[in-house]
Design a protein around this ligand. Structure first.
Ligand code: PSU
Ligand code: MN
Length: 313
């Protein structure tokens, strides 16, 4: 014996609506909370979080917004809880390592992709939509700053819809790490890996799927094989709505230089850089961020619906 105990079902609160949907095979999509606790500025953060839920419901999909409310890791936060979390200062950014601490200390937390993927999987939710994934930061070969999103996704069999990894990251190195961790990366109607703020990061990926049904078949194949990794669906932003690609290098250079100057490191880097880019682009990056998220929420709903239909067939 290792001395490990069996996980307790009470450790994670799954809302009644989400639990019922999971039990009945109704499509469900998990949504993260860091996007509204640390990503988007107020009051836009709340509007975006509620709009995502609303659009899923309109499509017949149950939203499962995930976060930590007063120490309770929750899959299926209520509107009141989302409203409070999006308006409260000093909320923790909760990755998987932080989860037991924040739970024990009774704190509020916005869950990252890593923590959200873990909680969604614990609740039986198979599909999760986000904006951009964490990955390898530039200089990681010295700083070791690689997002725990990657290692978590290597061991968590959910499906994550994103517009690639955040533009601030070393995308080439991140794609290499996904390969190392056996994490499949699949373009949605493209083999050009998206660059979050831009449609094309300039990196090619091997595979594409062209419909939600095809994505669902990949997910079912992964599950049939009993593989433990997430499937990543990379869904590019509409080219008409991207940041002008020719401006991106300059924007990123200014962001990194400022982070360097202020000595920002660790888990503060991502929120700092995204916030800097928002100011540097006079809010244009915010509009792209919202657009990216909408697209991923929509596709997540479609894939969850295709998965549910395949199960019933
Ligand atoms: N969006 C933001 N700020 C963030 C994140 C998203 O505006 O901090 C989170 C995402 O949830 C992602 C995480 O999972 O950043 C990656 O951060 P890190 O590199 O510290 O692992
Ligand atoms: Mn980090």
């Amino acid at each position: 014996m290792t001395g490990l105990t069996t996980p307790s079902p009470e450790a994670v609160h799954v809302s009644e609506e989400v639990a019922l949907a999971v039990a009945e095979g109704t499509p469900v999509v998990a949504l993260e909370s860091t996007i509204f606790t640390h990503g988007l500025p107020r009051p836009r953060n709340l509007a975006v979080a509620l709009e995502a839920e609303e659009r899923l419901r309109e499509a017949g999909v149950v939203p499962a917004t995930t976060g930590v409310y007063a120490g309770v890791p929750t899959v299926g936060l209520s509107t009141e809880q989302i409203t409070e979390l999006s308006a409260t200062d000093g909320i923790d950014k909760v990755s998987l390592r932080d989860l037991p601490v924040v739970a024990a200390l009774g704190r509020h937390g916005g869950t990252t992709v890593a923590a959200t993927a873990f909680l969604a999987h614990r609740a039986g939710v198979r599909v999760f939509s986000t904006g951009g994934l964490g990955g390898v930061h530039f200089g990681a070969s010295e700083s070791f700053d690689e997002s725990a999103d990657m290692t978590t996704l290597a061991a968590t069999p959910v499906t994550v819809i994103s517009a690639g990894v955040k533009s601030i990251l070393d995308i080439r190195a991140t794609l290499e790490r996904f390969e190392t961790f056996n994490i499949p990366v699949i373009g949605y109607r493209t083999t050009s890996y998206p660059g979050f703020y831009v449609t094309d990061s300039g990196h090619e990926i091997a595979f594409r799927v062209d419909s939600p049904e095809e994505a669902a078949r990949v997910i079912d194949a992964r599950d049939g094989l009993g593989l433990p990794q997430a499937v990543l669906i990379a869904n590019p932003v509409d080219p008409a709505k991207q940041l002008p690609p020719e401006e991106l290098d300059g924007i990123l250079a200014r962001a990194w230089a400022e982070a360097d100057r202020q000595g920002v490191t660790g888990n503060a880097s991502t929120p700092f850089l995204l916030d800097f880019i928002q100011r540097d682009t006079q809010g244009r990056s915010l509009e792209v961020n919202v657009e990216v998220y909408r697209g991923n929420v929509r596709l997540g709903g479609e894939i969850a619906t295709a998965l549910a239909a395949a199960r019933k067939a």
